[in-house]
Design a binder for this molecule. Structure first.
Ligand code: APR
Length: 270
């Protein structure tokens, strides 16, 4: 277990030889991300101390029932999230994963996040399990609508083609995950040499089954999180701390090679 005491991680980053050896031999590396990856950009997590679900009830905001019962309340909340996410930038976790995509023969990100920050950072292979907050569609005719189109409409946005209610293209509780994204994620998990779970509490299924699926197929399972989760006991390596610093340190170590120069504050900030 690499111990990253708050504030000290920059200089004492410890990645085990086992992890570095597995990454050195890896052909296919997969990153599985959750809300914790976007926390350092200013996107609140769901279950943290200031988490969204501490303040609001998911059944009142993130389900089809809630939407049909009170579309104005649900839209008020999503309009707020759309504007917040449009106002922030990807952080070092996102950029570190863009760099990792250039380092390995095959690399994929499986994300539970709907904030589109991986793509905005420049990642190419991104499987979106819970949808994308930048997309919307009519629940009657399916016509897609951009954020610009929905946010300029007063109140609950309507479909210009059929007048139907428009909803964000995200997966609500009780709904199925997009089949193509799920199938691609399962294939990636089953073929990964190293599977890195970053910033997720690992309690929402079926997404939370992917790290274990990868481990059972022989992947080296790494977890990055300031707090232990139900996955920690299954992980081959638990890197405890904020992902921005840890993922930047890992990329610095990989790009410097195992026997490269020692890590410095400068190299980790770059
Ligand atoms: N770096 C890494 N991890 C962090 C950081 C950070 N800077 N800050 C917080 N975390 C960790 C927390 O310790 C927690 O384990 O991120 C995790 C966030 O967990 P959740 O808030 O439960 O978010 P997530 O796991 O992505 O939720 C899964 O639940 O509400 C639904 O659809 C929503 O996709 C979401 C799903």
């Amino acid at each position: 277990m690499g111990a990253f005491a708050p504030g000290a991680w920059t200089l004492t980053a410890e990645f085990s030889d086992r992890l570095l050896a597995r990454l050195a031999d890896a052909k296919f590396v997969v990153a599985f991300t959750g809300a914790g990856v976007s926390a350092e950009s200013g996107v609140p997590t769901f279950r943290g101390a200031e988490g969204i679900w501490k303040k609001s009830k998911p059944e009142e905001l993130a389900s089809m029932n809630a939407f049909m019962k009170n579309p104005a309340l649900v839209w008020e909340w999503y309009a707020h999230r759309k504007k917040l996410i449009a106002s922030i930038q990807p952080n070092r976790s996102h950029t570190a994963l863009v760099r990792m995509e250039q380092m390995f023969q095959q690399f994929a990100i499986i994300t539970q996040n709907i904030d589109n920050l991986h793509r905005r950072a420049g990642s190419r292979t991104v499987y979106e399990l819970h949808g994308n907050i930048e997309r919307n569609y009519c629940i009657t005719c399916g016509r897609p609508q951009t954020n610009e189109e929905v946010l300029r409409q007063p109140g609950v946005p309507r479909c210009p083609a059929c007048g139907g209610l428009v909803r964000p293209d995200v997966v609500w509780f009780g709904e199925f995950l997009p089949e193509d994204q799920w199938d691609a994620s399962v294939r990636a998990a089953e073929s990964a040499d190293v599977f890195i779970s970053i910033g997720t509490s690992g309690v929402v299924y079926p997404a939370a089954s992917l790290p274990v699926m990868a481990k059972l197929r022989g992947a080296f399972l790494v977890e990055v999180n300031p707090e232990p989760t139900p996955l920690t006991e299954r992980a081959d390596e638990f890197l405890q701390g904020a992902s921005g610093g840890i993922m930047s340190a890992l990329v610095a170590r990989l790009s410097a090679g195992k026997s490269g120069p020692p890590l410095t504050e400068q190299s980790l900030q770059s």
